[in-house]
Design a protein around this ligand. Structure first.
Ligand code: ZN
Length: 381
């Protein structure tokens, strides 16, 4: 893709940057890098990139992390727009670094809010449905929150409560295009059960967290399906098609199969990092790289437990560098290992042993290579 033009400069990780990209049909797209709390930590995602499509209609994709209303407003002004110019806000998924500020913007918006149909269930509370959820008292998006208690601050609670009051005007269901519209949607669950990618004029795709340069998003756990199936819309509650690593890989495969392939790829994080652009030049190629990354991670987990069966923490300790295992990184690493173990267990490559069934042992097979590999096919080298 051609390099976007920086119209407001920012920090070396991109924070504060406003950029402009002009499509072949002459529509201006602005990227707004809103500060993110994880910046400058071991699990640094960099800022959240929100995008403004300044076409015949004005669409804002994602609203950044909670607490950045004023930042978003001033970034928007640098594009020549104000909140009341926005015809619609589209949310890529229900994570706080992507739909923060939404509740605060709403009073100034005349336009509509669009999100996947599962999004409604993610922002609302379902305290009566416990079903083994780690935190049934939190909204749908956080019933499986892995963050240690100290990370669940009062701002978090405030954000959830305000967000739960938001009304969705248009619920996107599966892959969808509205007649005559230059926007279409791809349902890409896995990192979040309600994740969507937004395609514009066939040339541009906004990938949210589903496809990022340089890093891979955390997959959800397929185990979260049982805890959440009764909060999902009926059509998603029979069979798990929205949680876990394998569903995430299916979403990557779907992106790789999109025809025509968009040539301008705008991710939710890391578009600019370490003082330079991190442009993704091929949707298909990057999807293949990420699938290969997960194959390698499974392979390494098998190598570790082949030497000696281990629990999730023990595997994480051997698989990740020590610098990733500080603070919340420890629970993230553990869940990341679990997401891979779930797939390999389903494939018959590992089983749980020990008195508490908390030790992972390999069975000697590596069927995962065929199961995940089937989605790799010939996605580049
Ligand atoms: Zn994110």
């Amino acid at each position: 893709m051609k390099t976007p033009e920086i119209i407001v400069s920012g920090k070396s990780n991109g924070e504060g940057i406003v950029l402009r990209y002009r499509t072949a049909r002459g529509t201006d797209i602005f990227g707004l890098a809103v500060p993110n709390i994880y910046s400058n930590t071991e699990w640094d995602l960099g800022p959240t990139w929100c995008y403004l499509i300044a076409g015949r209609e004005t669409s804002l994709i994602d609203t950044g992390r909670f607490g950045n209303y004023a930042v978003l407003e001033s970034m928007l002004r640098s594009t020549g727009k104000v909140f009341s110019d926005i015809d619609r806000i589209i949310l890529t998924h229900s994570h706080e670094d992507h739909d923060g500020n939404l509740a605060e913007i709403l009073p100034s918006i005349k336009g509509e809010i669009w999100a996947h149909s599962i999004y409604r269930q993610m922002i609302s509370y379902h305290p009566d449905i416990k079903d083994g959820a780690r935190h049934p008292e939190l909204p749908g998006s956080c019933r499986h929150c892995i963050m240690p208690e100290k990370f669940r601050s009062s701002t978090c609670v405030q954000y959830h409560q305000r967000r739960s009051l938001v009304d969705i005007d248009f619920a996107i269901d599966s892959d969808q295009r509205r007649p005559g519209d230059s926007l279409s949607f791809m349902f890409t669950p896995g990192h979040s059960p309600d994740a969507i990618c937004v395609v514009f004029e066939g040339e541009v795709i906004f990938t949210g967290d589903t496809l990022l340069p340089g890093i891979t998003p955390h997959p959800t756990l397929s185990g979260a399906f049982e805890a959440n199936r009764r909060i999902l819309p009926d059509s998603y509650s029979y069979e798990n098609t929205v949680y876990g690593l394998i569903n995430y890989i299916k979403s990557l495969d779907k992106l790789a199969g999109l025809t025509p392939q968009p040539t301008a790829i705008f991710p939710g994080h890391r578009l600019f990092y370490n003082d330079g652009f991190n442009l993704i030049h091929s949707l298909y190629g990057r999807a293949g790289e990420i699938i290969r990354f997960h194959i390698d991670r499974c392979r390494d987990i098998l190598r570790i437990i082949d030497a000696k069966p281990a629990g999730l923490d023990g595997i994480a300790f051997q698989h990740f560098p020590a610098s990733s295992l500080v603070g919340a990184g420890k629970s993230m690493a553990r869940d990341e290992v679990m997401a891979h173990v779930e797939v390999m267990e389903k494939c018959g490559d590992v089983c749980w042993i020990g008195e508490n069934r908390d030790i992972v042992q390999s069975t000697g097979s590596n069927n995962f290579l065929n199961v995940i590999g089937a989605y790799l096919q010939d996605k580049g080298k």
